[in-house]
Design a binder for this molecule. Structure first.
Ligand code: FEO
Length: 390
């Protein structure tokens, strides 16, 4: 395995995880990469490393250009194990390398995770010189952990952005112009929705800082390097971090015997009739990480659940747990569902959505047993009346 030259004396030495399909609950259909970068200067510098099972791959790539014992500086932009998990493997080969992380949270997190290592703090605007290059740090807390920072090399005009601008795509290609832009932006969006979404204000701050730099390459720690489409990535980050909304609805449902499903299809069609672009998703066939992408720029959510025993379907409750953590903003909602006797499923779903801070459009719509045509027509009329007043 070989390093990939991305700029004079700057190499990609990461790892490709072709089989990655689940990144702590985020479905990664295209696999992923853990990107690390090696700079050959007077002080050889490694920026980030890779998830521990892939240490061999990173080390092989480093060895293809230099003896790893020559590494003098290790920058840890982020302590999450997908970017720091091989630190011990590197230290075995380069025991005198000096590790830098953002202070104090990066230092604390690295030492708390790996124990018995020494880590030196750096802060925003601090610079370390490695020879021809000055490496400048900008702390970007909560994009996506408190310790995140980015590293900028003005000599190369490269921003090593870590999670920021990352996408989960496994590929031998390294640059953004190797893929259709729409695919790349979809993956950028999915990554943001599932990793960064709760932290819009912090992302705005980071984006402002980054945009003030003269950048020719953005080298994230996941996926492809931004070269041709940097402005498109900025524009999408601007929209996402300001919680931009489309006139769009998402109908999410589960169904035991098809009755709530019938309602869901009619609910979806009613939104469309009101001029609102709508998708209908069965919660057990759409991964939660895809549903969050749907919801991120939607204005409306309608949730359908039958009553199972004395509550909502566990699949819906599980999705609410995921949704609560990522906190898509500014949604208006209503719930619907069929029931056989007690019918609390819709009440519980309604209560949960209200507790998440969303705006209720109408009381739960319930139908006893299987819906008759006239009940569905009546339900659509009720919904349309409310939607037409928006
Ligand atoms: Fe790619 Fe927050 O780690």
């Amino acid at each position: 395995m070989e390093a990939v030259l991305i700029k004079e004396n700057v190499y990609w030495v990461g790892a490709i995880d072709w089989n990655l399909r689940d990144f702590h609950g985020y479905s990664t259909n295209l696999g992923g990469t853990y990107n690390a970068y090696l700079i050959i200067d007077e002080k050889v510098t490694l920026i980030d490393n890779v998830y521990a099972p892939f240490a061999f791959e990173m080390i092989a790539r480093i060895k293809s250009v230099i003896d790893p014992s020559k590494i003098e500086i290790i920058i840890s932009n982020h302590s999450e194990p997908d970017h720091s998990g091989s630190i011990r493997d590197i230290l075995k080969l380069a025991p005198n390398a000096k590790i830098y992380a953002s202070g104090p949270s990066g230092v604390r997190s690295m030492m708390g995770t790996y124990h018995n290592i020494e880590v030196f703090p750096v802060k925003t605007s601090e610079i370390i010189n490695i020879g021809k290059r000055d490496l400048q740090f900008i702390q970007t807390p909560l994009v996506h952990w408190p310790d995140n920072m980015v590293t900028y090399s003005s000599y190369d005009q490269i921003l090593f952005s870590n999670d920021m601008f990352g996408q989960h795509i496994a590929s031998f290609e390294r640059y953004d112009d190797s893929f259709p832009l729409s695919l790349l932006l979809d993956e950028l969006k999915k990554y943001y929705a599932n990793i960064v979404l709760p932290y819009g204000a912090q992302t705005q701050k980071a984006l402002t800082a980054v945009k003030s730099l003269d950048i020719k390459l953005i080298a994230p720690s996941h996926g492809l390097i931004w070269k041709k489409h940097i402005d498109a990535a900025y524009d999408l980050y601007e929209k996402m971090s300001t919680y931009h909304k489309e006139n769009k609805a998402v109908v999410i449902y589960d169904s035991m015997w098809g009755s709530t499903e019938k309602m869901a299809l009619e609910v979806g069609e009613t939104f469309e009739k009101a001029g609102i672009k709508t998708v209908v998703r069965h919660v057990r066939t759409s991964p939660a990480s895809d549903l969050i992408v749907d919801l991120m720029d939607a204005k409306y959510i309608a949730v359908g659940s039958p009553t199972l025993n004395n509550g909502m379907m566990p699949s819906i409750a599980s999705f609410f747990c995921y949704m609560r953590g990522l906190n898509p903003r500014n949604l208006s909602f209503f719930v619907f569902g069929s029931y056989g006797w007690s019918g609390q499923g819709t009440e519980f779903a309604d209560r949960d959505l209200e507790a998440m801070g969303y705006h209720r459009l109408m009381k739960p719509l319930r139908i006893l047993y299987a819906p008759k045509d006239e009940q569905l027509i009546q339900m659509k009329e009720v919904i349309l009346t409310v939607l037409n007043k928006l």
